[in-house]
Design a protein around this ligand. Sequence first.
Ligand code: GLA
Length: 388
Amino acid sequence: MTTDRLNSIRKAFSDRFSGEPSFVVRAPGRVNIIGEHTDYNEGFVLPCALSFDVLLAVRPRADDTVALLSTNFSGETSFPVDDVEKSGPKWAHYIKGVAVAMREAGYSLRGMDAVVEGDVPLGSGLSSSAALEVAACAAFKRVAGLDIPGPEMAQICKRAENDFVGVASGIMDQFISAVGEAGHALFLDCRDLSYEQIPFDVESAGLRLVIADTAKRRSLTEGVYNQRVAECAEAVKLLSQFIPGIHSLRDVSFDQFQLHQPHLPEIIRKRARHVISENARVLGAVDALRAGSFEGLGALLNASHESLRNDYACTGHHLDAMVEESRQIPGVLGSRMTGAGFGGCTVSLVKESSLDQFLTTVPEKYTERTGLVPTLYVVTPQGGAGLV
Ligand code: GLA
């Protein structure tokens, strides 16, 4: 986060509300290294927080009004913190949803004036919405003098996304945004929310982590995401006839899946196979990182993409083209789509010696194939939400 952005949000605050904000909070977007579509199946994930983030410049008010201005979108809105309606601009729904979820969790909130600004690319699978929710939660928390630990903030923000915004997402994005640590990937068990910060220093191994935004946009609320969630629930329902007592695909071993998969309709079988095999790949990735084997990690990234393409059917022409072109570059250890899919970004592990070639050639080839102009970012893991 640059001083320019900080100055600019402070100025926007003074222009709109007069005087200075009392504080500025930030919450980051994320890139998921591996463990895709596993979180809502109580599985494992391995994301990193990014330097892209959402900032909220805030000043508490004496009454219970929340007055908001976004510098990314036109329009302002205000609402009573204790009586929230799902109306007004869409971007404010994420903040309203957090207010509702915090009150439902038993917290008393207070009013505030706030300016919102973010640089997480929108609709690109880097979790701009989770960053906004977690930043809002951090702001409400500070204004009301509450002590809410990161994992609980993540649960509140997930509830906002599920119940208020209406996307049946898992907890990965909110969790990494709340508890990320610089230089680390977060190994999270989405069943019991136990987690471990795994050192993730690709530079010292002569590597770079590159995110490629395909410029193909998607919207989580379009329904396909919720459809995948429903397909996984259906898999659990069908498999529980043969494996009593299971609650999620996390409870199904690969051997059990192999034994009973002939009883599943083809689509459901494929979705389940992705989730069960992806959980194993996350465990493999953590082992590879602990052993310092980036080659091992790269192979798992590749396998994850194949599974997301063939079994989960959430890649599509643009993500596949980007991954294929990325893998053409010598010195690419692995490349896969990241996030929900259906558009958005890929993540690649690239040898430093191949970085220039990667940054020049991959966009050219991708544009030849798709007509879209992508944006590439070389990233390092950053810290989670907090005061700026
Ligand atoms: C989106 C959701 C997450 C997760 C990913 C896919 O980012 O918000 O909860 O399900 O998709 O892994």
